[in-house]
Design a protein around this ligand. Structure first.
Ligand code: DGL
Length: 271
């Protein structure tokens, strides 16, 4: 029987974007074993209804449970903002999403309590970040908008230069005018565009990457619950996808920041 501490961390996302979260978790918790599932056959989730996102997310979690994972990390902002409560109710193991972690960090960084949130339509329209921020630091000035073109730009690796800059300018001008001092990058893909977003927003705006924040939370949770893997060996990561997209290696490397072991294809509809 596997020791509790050695059981893997299960992480899932709608596709490759969640690899930005895996990158942060590997940095924070290098000894942990990881199983990642990316629903590359059904991505994007960010344009879909709450019901569909929840249905997909339940299958994603059930798949990860087959690895006896000790915790589930919902890397996807669209799932975290629409379905986290249902997932927490339906499954008995700990489920940690990115919204709480991102909202709490934004509250701790802001000085003027004017906070921006960018994400997919599903995330922005759910109001999840907005409600969490209000609850945590009673900031009333929260400005949110979706930036759909950032997702394909990140996947194409087309993240800096004139055209990404113009798109970012178009999406972010209104929010910049609101004089926010903190901006949550509420989508797994947006950290890849951080330089372009920072250029548009200006140096005085702090960008919050919920992936960085959730990695710290996972570490805290595992430590406090005696689930932290204190082995002296590097953990082992396995990657599963519902489709192996063309040019997957190249795209995944950009998101993970390094080479990725060969992914295994799964039929997620079976779960
Ligand atoms: N991973 C999704 C998110 O963080 C972005 C891509 C999608 O729309 O599925 O919301």
């Amino acid at each position: 029987m596997e020791e509790n501490r050695e059981r893997p961390i299960g992480i899932f996302d709608s596709g490759v974007g969640g690899l930005t979260v895996v990158k942060q978790i590997l940095k924070e918790l290098p000894n942990e074993n990881i199983v990642y599932f990316g629903d590359t056959a059904r991505v994007p989730y960010g344009t879909k209804s709450k019901e569909t996102i929840t249905h997909f997310a339940m299958q994603d979690v059930r798949f990860l449970l087959s690895f006896n994972v000790k915790i589930i990390v919902v890397a996807c902002n669209s799932v975290s903002s629409n379905s986290i409560d249902i997932l927490k109710r339906k499954f008995s193991l700990p489920v940690i999403g990115v919204i709480d972690a991102g909202a709490e960090a934004a509250c701790s960084y802001t000085r003027n309590r004017r906070i921006g949130v960018i994400g997919t339509d599903a995330t922005v329209e759910s109001n999840a970040y907005q409600m969490k921020i209000e609850g945590k630091c009673s900031a009333k000035n929260i400005f949110a908008r979706s930036c759909p073109l950032f997702v394909p730009l990140a996947e194409e690796g087309f993240t800096e230069g004139k055209i990404p800059g113009m798109i970012a300018e178009k999406y972010l001008t209104e929010i910049r005018k609101k004089q926010i001092d903190t901006l949550i990058l509420g989508c797994t893909h947006y950290p890849l565009l951080a330089t372009t977003i920072q250029n548009v927003m200006g140096e005085d705006v702090t960008l919050v990457d919920p992936g960085v924040e959730v990695a710290k939370r996972v570490k805290k949770y595992l430590t406090e619950n005696e689930l932290y893997n204190d082995s002296s060996y590097r953990g082992n990561s396995k990657f599963y996808l519902s489709d192996i997209p063309r040019h997957f290696e190249k795209v995944a490397e950009n998101f993970l920041g390094g080479p990725i072991p060969s992914p295994v294809k799964v039929t997620i509809e079976d779960y």
